[in-house]
Design a protein around this ligand. Structure first.
Ligand code: SF4
Ligand code: SF4
Length: 71
C-alpha cells in the first residue's frame, strides 16, 4: 500500500513561488485564493487524500514553509 501523508503549509512563511505545486507528483497542492498578511498567495493542499508522503514539496521549498506528516 502506498504511503499516506499530510502536507501542512505555514501560510505566513510561504512566498507563493508555487515550486511545491510543480514538484508534487500527485497534484495535491494548489494556490490559495486568499493572501497571507504579506500579500502573497500561499500554496494549499487541495487534494490532501492523494498525498503519498514523498517529501518533494518539503525539499523544494526555499522558505521551509512545508512540513509533511506521515499517516
Ligand atoms: S515552495 Fe514553499 S514558498 Fe513556494 S509556494 Fe510552496 S510553500 Fe510557498
Ligand atoms: S509529500 Fe509528495 S505527494 Fe505529498 S504533497 Fe508533498 S510533493 Fe505532494
Amino acid at each position: 500500500m502506498a504511503n499516506k501523508g499530510k502536507p501542512v503549509i505555514d501560510r505566513e512563511r510561504c512566498k507563493g513561488c508555487l515550486l511545491c505545486v510543480r514538484s508534487c507528483p500527485t497534484k495535491v497542492l494548489g494556490a490559495d485564493l486568499s493572501p497571507n498578511s504579506w500579500g502573497y498567495y500561499p500554496s494549499k493542499a487541495v487534494n490532501e487524500e492523494k498525498c503519498i508522503a514523498c517529501g518533494n514539496c518539503y525539499q523544494v521549498c526555499p522558505d521551509a514553509a512545508i512540513t509533511v506528516y506521515r499517516q
